[in-house]
Write a protein that binds this ligand. Structure first.
Ligand code: GLA
Length: 747
């Protein structure tokens, strides 16, 4: 609910358990009031109306303007701290005094209130259009019908032909506000935007404990928690995708005042894949601010006369249930509002088989057909053919860019394999890497200029490949046409959209705007493909988890979490992923007994128990398994299908985080408390150690529950109250690498 009080010019945004308030001061500046949990017993009409005041510890301090909490901090006025918006105006204002020196461009933006509107269904930039035209009829790809309110606060620079709107779209049921800005050049000359965040967040003083993720290939989503000292802490991507080193989200809280399930935690996640920046600013006054949006590093945004730019959004909010509550809000928001199938209880993600680790580049019709038959027999629902099916791609030295089926490998094209897969009752998926070329490819030979490079400079290859210039509309069009043709020809159900190198030497026809244009180009191809082929699903992969964010998740149903499929490593990777992103999007494969990345051996039970925490996939060489092993796989997959609705649509509780007592214990529970999944994975164990039994959550205390194992055998029975106070006792001898998954249901 959005309220405006005209007497105090105060805006109150009321969400389920939180509020956000700001007001227009007497000079027209829009200043922040507060953002936090609402008192639990407050009526929904309760509003904040107080005047925004700065309480300085020392009245003699004369720098108070720098501490004013502008809703969007701009470069200009007396600001010298970090800014969200920096603009250069080419012309002199009418207010220039005779004889006054003209220092052009004018780098000073002063935005003043000029009105507001409350609308429904406004969309931030780059958001996916969730409706598509199918043979003239509008098809609701996004089935969530409820409208959302957006507040647009209009601002004008009194002396320059420049307008901005601060936008706030509310998803009250999940305490999420999407914030973005709309910029408009109303003059006759080009205005240059030098820095542009989508929002400034002001946090309570001292809320400087930051939770974020870092990592690299094979070690994505390593959780890091730190107290940000006075100064700036930057989380960023200097790439066209997010990269493995970070993911664009953050949690902040006052140190010691929040924990997994308690305390106030402020959070934000960007709806953008590449070229982003989250600046956490801890001022000596103890103020904490976050500016999140485009990365100003190598950035360009020129507004032509009359041009408007709508930025993507920062989805932000506050949880009064600790980090776990922040995660659950983001998960529910992604499930119901972000993902392509976004709606409550959306169709479940299928069990996938991917042949990459089974065959690598050794593809043959017979080999893939045999794998497909075995996959179908153990319960797989989607068969994905990975790299090597096209052009001269017999290894990673050639062929990228040539998206035509290789007759060397598939003499009769893909049709026979696709038909076989369909006959077996599975969907068919195909690996592509659309943003790349090998220099040894027909595409590169025909268009050597279509790649990012600077004239006369080296074109550095990584994994023997170069990056296409998505700043060129003809490149984006070519890629769309190539993929669209594949869909038309083979009715592809699923693309694994990969991206296996970081862009470098970013020379582009788009200049420094390439970082924005690349992401926009990728999104536009995905959106057009989905619109033309409503049944198509997409997986986002970038050498594992290099492109995972709320932007790509608007058009990718699931993501490849990491190339590292070692179950022990995965416990940690998946826990970091779970901070911001929902389990239904987290692809987790069971692979070989001796892991191909780490060469470690894990039991089949451990590999399944960890992979069943997300969207299950299989990546093992099924041809190397005997009948008994295949039967074991089938039994685990059947179990997964029973618990899948709870994993994919339930609420996640990290009952015990991986670093606590050496065991990760998580629970998924349906909103009505009728069923839950209890999943334990021990990663470290001290001889003689007694492991805790954390209480479960979200159950009905009065009901009786049975906990069943994979075979359906009831191994424990207790009341909801007992489960939510005493937990589930350890049911077997526990040691490192022991795991357990139980299906807990009301009887
Ligand atoms: C990347 C992906 C893998 C696989 C290979 C194929 O590394 O992450 O899953 O698809 O490319 O070359």
């Amino acid at each position: 609910m959005i309220h405006f009080d005209p007497s105090t010019r105060t805006f109150n945004l009321i969400l389920k358990t939180s509020f956000y308030a700001f007001q227009v001061d007497e000079t027209g500046v829009v200043v922040h009031l507060a953002h936090g949990p609402r008192p639990a017993n407050a009526p929904s009409t309760a509003q904040v109306t107080a005047k925004a005041t700065l309480f300085m510890s020392d009245e003699r301090v004369s720098f108070e303007h720098q501490l004013r909490r502008d809703e969007l901090v701009t470069f200009g006025d007396t600001t010298y701290h970090e800014v969200a918006l920096k603009v250069a105006f080419p012309s002199l204002p009418a207010s220039i005094q005779p004889g006054e020196a003209a220092h052009l461009p004018i780098r000073d933006v002063r935005l003043r209130y000029a009105g507001h509107e409350i609308v429904t269904d406004a969309r931030p930039g780059l958001s996916a259009n969730k409706t598509s035209q199918v043979s003239g009829k509008t098809c609701e790809v996004c089935a969530n019908p409820s409208e959302r309110q957006t507040l647009r606060v209009f601002l004008r620079d009194p002396a320059q032909p420049f307008r901005a709107a601060l936008c706030y779209r509310l998803t009250p049921e999940h305490d999420i506000i999407e914030r973005w800005v709309e910029l408009e050049n109303t003059g006759e000359e080009i205005i240059t935007v030098e820095a542009c965040a989508f929002a400034t967040m002001h946090l309570p003083n001292g809320a400087n404990e930051l939770t974020s993720v870092t990592g690299l290939w094979g070690r994505e989503f390593t959780t890091q928690r730190e107290a940000v000292p006075m100064g700036l802490r930057i989380l960023e991507s200097r790439m066209a995708q997010g990269g493995h080193e970070s993911s664009p989200f953050f949690f902040l809280n006052r140190p010691g005042q929040a924990w997994e399930e308690t305390g106030a935690v402020w959070f934000g996640a960007l709806e953008l894949s590449g070229g982003w920046r989250i600046a956490v600013e801890h001022l000596p006054s103890l103020d904490v601010r976050v500016h999140a949006g485009y990365n100003p590093f190598d950035f360009e945004l020129a507004l032509a006369p009359g041009q408007k730019h709508i930025t993507p959004a920062l989805a932000c909010g506050v949880s009064n249930e600790g980090w776990g509550g922040a995660s659950r809000r983001l998960h529910a928001f992604a499930r119901e509002r972000i993902l392509p199938a976004a709606k409550p209880n959306a169709p479940l993600r299928p069990v996938l088989y991917n042949s990459w680790e089974a065959t690598y580049f050794n593809l043959s019709v017979a080999g893939q057909t045999e794998l497909a038959r075995k996959a179908a027999a153990i319960g797989v629902e989607l068969f994905c053919l990975d790299d090597g099916w096209f052009g001269a791609r017999r290894n990673d030295h050639a062929g990228l860019g040539d998206w035509v089926v290789s007759r060397d490998v598939f003499p009769d094209g893909l049709a026979p394999l696709v038909a076989e897969v369909r006959k077996l009752g599975m969907k068919f998926g195909l690996w592509v890497e659309p943003e790349m070329v090998n220099p040894d490819s027909d595409l590169y030979r025909a268009h050597p200029d279509w790649i990012l490079h600077f004239a006369g400079r080296p074109r550095t290859e990584q994994r023997n490949q170069l990056v296409l210039d998505f700043g060129r509309p003809e490149v984006v069009e070519y890629i769309f046409a190539a993929l669209n043709k594949l869909c038309d020809e083979y009715q592809i159900d699923f693309f694994k959209w990969d991206m296996n190198r970081n862009p470098s030497e970013p020379g582009s026809v788009a200049g420094k705007a390439i970082w924005r244009k690349h992401t926009a180009g990728v999104y536009s191809v995905m959106d057009r493909l989905r619109a033309a082929h409503p049944e198509l699903d997409i997986q986002s992969c970038s050498g594992g988890g290099g492109r995972i964010d709320l932007g790509v998740l608007q058009r990718a149903d699931q993501v490849w979490t990491s190339d590292n499929t070692d179950a022990l490593d995965r416990i940690r990777i998946q826990e970091g992923f779970s901070l911001a992103y929902p389990a239904r999007a987290m692809e987790c494969w069971v692979t070989h007994e001796r892991n191909h990345q780490t060469h470690t051996i894990h039991t089949l039970a451990m590999r399944f128990d960890v992979a069943m925490r997300g969207a299950l996939g299989i990546g093992s060489s099924l041809n190397a398994l005997d009948e008994a092993e295949l039967a074991e796989y089938a039994s685990f997959i059947a179990f997964y299908k029973r618990i899948r609705p709870i994993v994919q649509n339930g609420e996640l509780y990290r009952l015990q985080r991986q670093e606590e007592f050496g065991a990760s214990i998580i629970q998924y529970v349906l909103a009505d408390g009728s069923e839950a999944v209890y999943s334990v994975a021990v990663s470290a164990y001290l001889m003689g150690q007694h492991l805790p039994t954390p209480p479960l959550r979200g159950l009905d205390p009065a009901a009786t529950y049975a906990a069943c194992n994979r075979t359906g055998t009831e191994v424990y029975r207790a009341s909801g109250y007992a489960l939510m106070t005493l937990g589930i006792p350890w049911l077997k001898y526990v040691n490192v690498q022991d795991t357990l998954t139980l299906h807990v249901k009301k009887v």
